[in-house]
Design a protein around this ligand. Structure first.
Ligand SMILES: [Zn+2]
Length: 430
């Protein structure tokens, strides 16, 4: 059998499995979910008419605001069946609760077990977890449960404190870490300052969470390059959200996060809720499969990325998601081009002439997006100014408004809202 036929057959099986699980989900929510019962009635949706995966488009999408405003109406079980109350920040300020049953926790463990297997994990590994396991944070317990299921060792060190991280690495010799990429950079810096030879330690790989380590073409971005230039470890990116209770994790090929087809149906939708083609940016929209507490149907995550449905060189035939390009709400339409803040950050981080920056987006008097950059230049000379402008013109094809400021001035802008973290993107649009 040729590889192509094999993968065709495989994708047939995936489709069949997803269809079965979708029928079960539709029957379940139409019985148990106050929110979806009402939605089906309002839009006169007869679930018997949904026969194939393509028919799912008959169901209206669900947004984060629905989940926030009607949080309890998404719950399909009695309170006594809930074992974990996890939460995620909402768009309207108030946190959103995602309640999990015992079965959901088992599903979460299975999901993360697959994720770590995908990221070349085995029982031989020991993972140092550099993230929180409390504060209702779902990812923390997901990693913990998944690693346990693999049979690997776990060191629950928590976030921050580079000195303690290194002391523990040297003492307990983990083979892998799970961390936020920018924190890995801090670890590297700390090691350099303290004379620790990082490349002779036991750590050989890192599962990276929360921030992109790759560009959209899967090459390492500046953050990914800065890490690997100093530290000879393999990086695996993973993308997940509390609402979907499922992770998209890279395999060793590093060509996008693999979809776990038995756990979610994923669609990438344009502004009119139409499926986009491979390689075209769309909003990640998910339908959870096998979730008991708070299942979601065609839930729009707000995250924009592209997908690839070609078989991966690792042998998996499931769809792969690119790094997240940005949040839908942060999309900038600037003089005919579409931009997301992370791509701009990447551009601005790349140049030594730019010491620090803040991007400000506002609406002009005809309602178009306007981009202003506050930049701390390496030097206040015409030559430096010229190099910055020429670079931005070449890379963006358009020229944003640039205002040069001092290091003190940019501090005031970055921390103006009593934020503990430097703000690099200010959205002043109506
Ligand atoms: Zn792969």
């Amino acid at each position: 059998m040729s590889i192509a036929t094999e993968s065709n057959q495989h994708s047939h099986e995936i489709t069949h499995l997803q269809q079965q699980k979708l029928y079960e989900l539709l029957a379940y929510v139409s019985q148990n979910s106050p929110f979806y019962k009402e939605l089906f009635a309002k839009h006169r949706i007869d679930i018997k008419n949904i026969k194939t995966l393509a028919d799912i488009t008959a169901i209206p999408t669900t947004a984060k605001d629905d989940l926030q405003q009607r949080n309890d109406d998404f719950l399909c079980v009695s309170r006594s069946k809930i074992v974990e109350h996890t939460s995620t920040s909402g768009t309207l300020g108030r946190p959103v609760t995602i309640a999990l049953t015992e079965n959901d926790l088992n599903r979460l463990a299975y999901n993360e077990y697959n994720s770590f297997l995908c990221a070349d994990g085995s029982a031989e590994d020991t993972y140092q977890l550099m993230l929180t396991l409390d504060r209702q944070f779902m990812a923390g317990i997901a990693y913990y449960l998944g690693i346990r299921k693999i049979g690997a060792g776990i060191i629950r060190l928590g976030p921050g404190v580079p000195a303690l991280q290194w002391e523990t690495i040297q003492r307990l010799k983990p083979t892998a870490i799970v961390a936020v990429p920018s924190f890995i950079l801090k670890l590297i810096q700390f090691a350099k300052d303290s004379g620790i030879d990082i490349n002779s330690t036991s750590v050989k790989k890192a599962v990276c969470i929360g921030e992109n380590i790759r560009n959209n073409d899967f090459t390492l971005n500046i953050l990914g390059r800065k890490i690997t230039e100093s530290w000879d470890i393999k990086l695996y990116s993973t993308y997940a959200s509390t609402e979907m209770q499922t992770a998209f994790t890279e395999c060793g090929a590093g060509k996008g996060g693999h979809n776990q087809a038995d756990l979610v149906i994923v669609e990438l939708l344009d502004e009119n809720d139409q499926q986009v083609a491979p390689g075209t940016p769309g909003e990640v929209t998910i339908t959870t499969l096998g979730v008991e507490g708070m299942p979601l149907l065609r839930y729009k995550t707000g995250d924009i990325c592209t997908y690839d449905d070609e078989p991966c060189i690792c042998g998996r035939t499931t769809l792969r998601l690119s790094p997240i390009m940005g949040r839908k709400k942060q999309m900038i339409k600037f003089k005919g081009t579409t931009l997301y803040p992370p791509a701009l950050f990447e551009l601005l981080n790349e140049r030594e002439e730019i010491r620090d920056f803040v991007i400000e987006v506002s609406s002009n008097d005809i309602g178009m997006d306007q981009v202003s950059l506050y930049v701390v230049p390496a030097e206040l000379t015409d030559e430096c100014d010229h190099r910055i402008r020429a670079y931005l013109q070449a890379r963006l094809r358009v020229s944003p408004h640039i205002k040069y400021v001092t290091a003190e001035e940019i501090q005031k802008i970055q921390f103006s809202e009593a934020s503990r973290k430097a703000i690099k993107f200010i959205d002043k649009r109506a």
